[in-house]
Design a protein. Structure first.
Length: 207
């Protein structure tokens, strides 16, 4: 089977499995098993457990819950609320107001923290009650927090020895990309996503 046909089959399979309600992680695992079977038959099945265990038990992944701890410390210190309210004042006259503040706050916090979970929890804890108090619908509030929270993995933060973040750590477990490729994948992808979400909100609130 050619790679084009294999790609088509796997894409259709993944779409169908997710469409029927299977959790994304389980769906991707199932597609991975199907991929191994298509490429090597059943001879690699006994090693699937070892692959999952070795990946999940990697010491490198310890950094990810520490990102969440960092976000919790920033939240409890009160810095997150001051940071968010400062953005809200700056964007008061921009179409979307607090909705735009959610996106930009998530993007900037991502550059500090580098974790989607920590970004969503920290900004969401501050933004949700404030937006409800000002009459924003939960649809807009939760949508912007979800979209902005996704930037937590796309936009990493920088230390002296290089970029850090959840996705950067996971990628480096499977091989170290070149600095140009890493920059393109992180800052480039994050900037494009940020521009698309901000543009969509501007369009929505300008109607």
């Amino acid at each position: 089977m050619s790679w084009e046909i294999s790609l088509l089959v796997l894409t259709v399979l993944l779409t169908l499995v997710i469409a029927v309600g299977v959790p994304v992680a389980a769906a991707m695992g199932l597609v991975g098993i199907v991929t191994i079977t298509l490429l090597r038959g059943t001879q690699l099945w006994p090693s699937i457990g070892d692959i999952i265990w070795n990946t999940a038990s990697s010491f490198t992944l310890v950094a990810i819950p520490l990102f969440v701890l960092m976000g919790e410390i920033i939240l409890r210190s009160g810095a997150a609320r001051r940071f968010y309210m400062g953005l809200a004042v700056m964007l008061n006259n921009v179409p979307g107001g607090l909705a735009q503040s959610n996106i930009l706050a998530c993007a900037l916090f991502s550059a500090i923290c580098g974790s989607s979970t920590a970004t969503t929890l920290t900004i969401g804890t501050v933004a949700l009650p404030e937006m409800r108090k000002r009459g924003y619908s939960d649809r807009i509030t939760l949508g912007t927090l979800t979209g902005g929270g996704a930037l937590g993995n796309l936009i990493p933060f920088y230390q002296l020895d290089g970029w850090k973040g959840g996705m950067v750590i996971v990628r480096r477990m499977f091989g170290k990309p070149s600095p140009v490729a890493e920059w393109s994948l992180t800052l480039g992808g994050g900037a494009i996503t940020l521009a698309v979400v901000v543009g969509a909100l501007l369009n929505f609130y300008s109607k």
